[in-house]
Ligand binder design. Structure first.
Ligand SMILES: [Zn+2]
Length: 308
């Protein structure tokens, strides 16, 4: 659908209107196909599929095959479906082709390009409406930064294999039993909440590498209930006023090391920032009041250093 819209340089809504279909379908999340469409929208959606199949001269089942047969919780929220491979897109721009998001890139468990093994970047946000020359420059800088991240946090062979298999299953490409260890991987990564952090890709890269401390901390943080978080931040604000049930902070003789290690190794600013993100994600949004999340920070060359 996006390929078609990009080729004609129109938005999805304009494309639907042009095809004589309901333009409001463009605001719906159609990535999952029928399972993701409300019963009231079935007729309009059916007409859209038929018309699209006619427009691209393909059988209806070929259109249906482009949907992702995964549960909604496995997909990134629509506003965050901006991650892609800087290398794939650089080649596309140079060849004068549209920059299309591959289907698996919108999965929450997806964090690197299966073709180039390069971590994904929020390329759609970075490029916007820029001219090709400027787009290529940005994409090349991203390739360098992400290659550095890849070398700093290479995935272990076992985690890379789990990721590959589970993504295949979510896309409906592999239908076989689970291998040893895959159940635990699925439970942890299919509906993960790393997208709540601006450093989603780096956290996932670290979680798949031999240095998983930062993502482990983040997972513990987002798994906490609000009172538990408040208790933890109170500890940080006033280490002396700790509750008796909290473990004592570990400290070393004065003058040796100035940094005190407390229960939460994340800085207070990180903690409050993550808490605000979690709260915002939990807040129900009224229909029509949905507002895109703050832009993800672009990946800078010191990106990997910040999270490690
Ligand atoms: Zn790629």
């Amino acid at each position: 659908m996006d390929r078609l819209a990009a080729r004609h340089e129109v938005t999805r809504a304009e494309l639907f209107r042009h095809l004589d279909c309901e333009p409001w379908l463009a605001s719906r999340d159609l990535a999952r196909g029928w399972p993701g469409v409300a019963a009231a929208d079935y007729a309009a959606f059916h007409q859209l599929i038929e018309t699209l199949a006619w427009a691209v001269q393909a059988p209806t089942r070929a259109i249906a095959a482009t949907f992702i047969p995964a549960p909604e919780s496995a997909l990134l929220p629509p506003a965050l479906r901006v991650f892609g491979c800087a290398l794939c897109w650089r080649d596309a721009v140079i060849a004068g082709e549209p920059m299309v998001l591959e289907r698996d890139w919108i999965l929450r468990a997806s964090w690197r390009c299966q073709r180039h093994n390069l971590p994904l970047a929020p390329v759609r946000r970075l490029i916007g409406d820029r001219a090709p020359r400027s787009a290529v420059r940005i994409l090349e800088a991203q390739v360098v930064a992400l290659d550095r991240l890849r070398r700093r946090l290479p995935p272990t062979a076992a985690m890379a294999a789990f990721n590959h298999n589970v993504l295949g299953q979510l896309m409906g490409q592999q239908n076989r039993g689970m291998r040893r260890g895959e159940t635990a991987y699925r439970t942890r990564f299919v509906a993960n909440r790393f997208h709540l952090a601006p450093t989603r890709i780096a956290l996932l890269a670290a979680a798949h590498s031999a240095r998983p401390q930062a993502p482990d901390r983040f997972e513990r943080l987002v798994a906490l209930s609000a009172p538990a978080l408040l208790r933890s931040s109170a500890n940080l604000l006033d280490p002396k006023g700790r509750r008796p049930d909290a473990p004592a902070p570990w400290s070393v003789p004065e003058g040796l090391i100035t940094r005190r290690v407390v229960r939460w190794e994340a800085g207070l600013a990180d903690l409050i920032g993550a808490y605000a993100l979690v709260l915002r994600a939990r807040m129900p949004t009224a229909p029509g009041m949905g507002r895109p999340r703050e832009p993800q920070r672009a990946i800078s060359p010191d990106f990997a250093l910040r999270i490690a």
